[in-house]
Design a binder for this molecule. Structure first.
Ligand code: PRX
Length: 649
């Protein structure tokens, strides 16, 4: 493993908000006296009624997490109103369309107007504090308006990524009993249209069958493509906001009032509704945005994520806007119309801070350096990475070629559940090692434990836990607190278990090694193998399915499916194609299987448990290291699996 250290760059150090001494000092304070530390930093947002209680958290028993609990605030107020006096005419959102000739800039004053009008439209259509609003949108400014309008009136948003299928959307609408949906006629990515309204219509029918009736659908006109219209239910966004009042008072929200639900995959069953609340989340998102990216007023900041993922929530919308930043929102994809797109956009809008995912970096690295070097990128100062481990080759390319060796890379480790970044370098403070997320952020106490839960000290590799709460932490699984306790606090009692494996080196740096549960990470998208399996077995030809991840050059992990067919079915290439389409239809294109292997049987223990360890090894083409197979009910299935493997190196 390369372990070269990159010293803190001089320029980064000289302008940094936090240097190494400050990091060390603050970190110690944050662990020694979290009450005092967060009492101070909680004040970075505005409160209608200041809090007197700071931290009230317990990782044992019923698990209860409360921060700033007696304070009153409002997220949209903090992201908009409080900036109006000083920076009302400053650009809040730069929107860069899929088509490079399509862009616009929205100032804080304009943002206020858009958000208030939309909030009034929602109120007029019956949306009240505590109601769940589903947002299924392309990357257009209206997606941010929708989020902020919900927070203005105290509605809880649940954003569903635009790449998810009608079935997946329906499941999420039903789980949180959401009766108001905001969508667009069509999305546009890489020149291709995505039928969002049509998908919504289908999802609403499915949800209705499951007992949840969507009352209103607000539709943004993005492409003016043809859509079916249900006059008693559907509302055109542009018509409704045109006649709405441009002022709407922000609701006074308790710090622990729910802010949003975001569904994410786990190792078992259906996706969980991760619930984040108001005060602590905003404090944490804004603080990490400022210090991790060394954000200074006036900077142009660009995070390439989609608002359908947590990165879009915390680091396109809430963190940057709470800090009064100019945040860039990109509708398109990295390679359209050419692999220079990212770098062209950086030059066009003079981006200073750029935050993207390793999968995009690897793909663009593969397209060749010319696409990068023909652009200037002089405006760049800080680079970020998120979503999956970044391999040292990609890191070094990002550093040398994209950043011209002038820009520190912050490799930020965190999760939907954590609300914000937990392990990361700080640009002016932390010497970097390619592939390491380095050190914990303030207030974060990582711990490595072995499979028995024994704490590992010093240089070690084990399961990554966090031993005490931080303000951005999720509070519960929506509607199922027991599942919250079971999933995160029962494996290692009294600790938050992340599901990730991790190594700590001699310098105390953390290296995330990937998931240790049945979750895979495909192009930075998190997916439960159980979800793909249940999509596969819902096909008539399939009797049984087992899904594992395997290393994939571009995607990080690919999806490898082992399938046992029903009697009389034949494992043809045509059936392979049909199954791929079936999964795309059930979940969405992000879950497309990469390899499908038909097999007469799966390796099971005598008690019927599938031995995934063996399947993983065969998928990796590492069958020399299968380990003990003697506990298998029928060891002979392994020979067939090896002989017909789909991933011969
Ligand atoms: O396995 C870790 C990986 O992504 C998981 C969280 O996925 P999700 O909730 O979708 O959030 C992604 C964006 C925050 C983690 O459990 N992961 C995320 N960032 C990194 C990472 N793995 C290694 N290095 C990272 N920087």
């Amino acid at each position: 493993m390369p372990n070269k250290t990159y010293k803190v760059l001089k320029d980064a150090k000289s302008r940094a908000l936090i240097d190494d001494d400050t990091y060390q000092k603050w970190y110690k304070q944050s662990i020694k006296d979290p009450e005092k530390f967060w009492d101070k930093h909680g004040k970075r947002i505005d409160w209608f009624k200041p809090y007197t209680k700071v931290k009230n958290t317990s990782f044992t028993g019923k698990v209860s997490i409360k921060w700033f609990e007696d304070g009153l605030t409002n997220v949209s107020y903090n992201c908009i109103d409080r900036h109006l006096e000083k920076r009302g005419d400053q650009v809040a959102i730069i929107w860069e369309g899929d088509n490079p000739y399509d862009d616009k800039k929205i100032t804080y004053k304009e943002l206020y107007d858009h958000v208030c009008r939309l909030a009034n439209v929602m109120k007029a259509n019956g949306v009240k504090k505590g109601d769940r609003v589903t947002i299924y949108m392309p990357m257009i400014p209206e997606a941010a308006y929708a989020m902020l309008a919900c927070t203005r009136i105290g509605a809880i948003h649940s954003i569903v990524f635009g790449g998810f299928s009608p079935d997946a959307l329906a499941g999420r609408i039903t789980d949180c009993k959401s009766t108001f949906v905001i969508t667009a006629d069509e999305g546009l990515r890489g020149g291709k249209k995505i039928p969002l309204k049509h998908n919504t219509d289908l999802a609403i029918k499915i949800a209705e069958r499951d007992g949840v009736v969507v009352q209103k659908v607000l539709v943004v006109q993005r492409t003016a493509g043809k859509v079916e219209w249900f006059a008693d239910r559907d509302i055109w966004y542009h018509e409704a906001v045109a006649s709405a009042k441009p002022d709407c008072p922000p609701a006074k929200m308790k710090a622990e009032d729910p802010l949003f639900i975001l569904y994410t995959s786990g190792s078992t069953g259906k996706p969980k509704g991760v619930l984040h609340t108001t005060g602590g989340y905003l404090v944490y998102a804004s603080m990490t945005h400022e210090y991790v990216f060394d954000y200074h007023p006036g900077d142009i900041y660009w995070c390439t994520a989609d608002v359908g993922w947590v990165t879009g929530h915390s680091y396109i919308v809430y963190g940057p806007l709470a800090n009064g930043a100019t945040t860039l929102m990109f509708e398109g994809v990295p390679n359209y119309p050419s692999p220079s797109r990212f770098w062209d956009v950086i030059d066009k809008h003079q981006v200073n801070i750029f935050y993207t995912a390793p999968t995009a970096i690897r793909a663009l690295m593969g397209a060749g350096d010319d696409h990068v070097t023909k652009t200037s990128r002089k405006s760049l100062r800080t680079l970020g990475s998120v979503g999956e481990p970044i391999n040292p080759e990609a890191w070094i390319w990002y550093y040398n070629v994209v950043g011209d060796k002038r820009c520190p890379i912050v490799d930020t480790w965190w999760q939907t559940e954590t609300g914000g970044i937990l392990i990361t370098p700080l640009p002016g403070a932390t010497p970097l090692k390619p592939g390491s997320a380095t050190r914990p952020f303030f207030g974060v106490q990582p711990q490595l434990v072995d499979n028995d839960g024994d704490v590992l000290e010093g240089t070690a590799e084990g399961n990554l836990c966090i031993v005490d709460s931080w303000p951005g932490q999720m509070r519960t699984v929506y509607g199922d607190h027991e599942r919250f306790i079971q999933t995160y606090f029962s494996t290692y009692k009294g600790k938050y278990f992340t599901g990730d494996g991790c190594r700590r080196d001699d310098d105390g740096y953390y290296w995330i090694t990937g998931r240790v549960d049945d979750v895979i990470n495909v192009s930075g998208h998190r997916m439960g193998t159980a979800e793909v399996e249940s999509a596969l077995v819902s096909h008539d030809a399939v009797s049984e399915a087992a899904v594992v991840g395997y290393p994939h050059d571009l995607k990080g992990q690919g999806i490898y499916c082992y399938i046992t067919l029903m009697e009389g079915q034949e494992g043809t290439d045509e059936l392979r194609k049909a199954l791929v389409n079936h999964v795309r239809h059930e979940i969405g294109p992000i879950a497309s299987p990469d390899k499908i292997q038909f097999s007469p049987g799966l390796p099971k223990t005598r008690s019927g448990k599938i031995m995934r360890r063996i399947l993983r090894k065969i998928a990796e083409d590492e069958f020399g290291a299968l380990g003990d197979t003697s506990t298998l009910a029928d060891p002979s299935v392994v020979d067939d699996l090896i002989a017909n493997r789909q991933n011969k190196k």
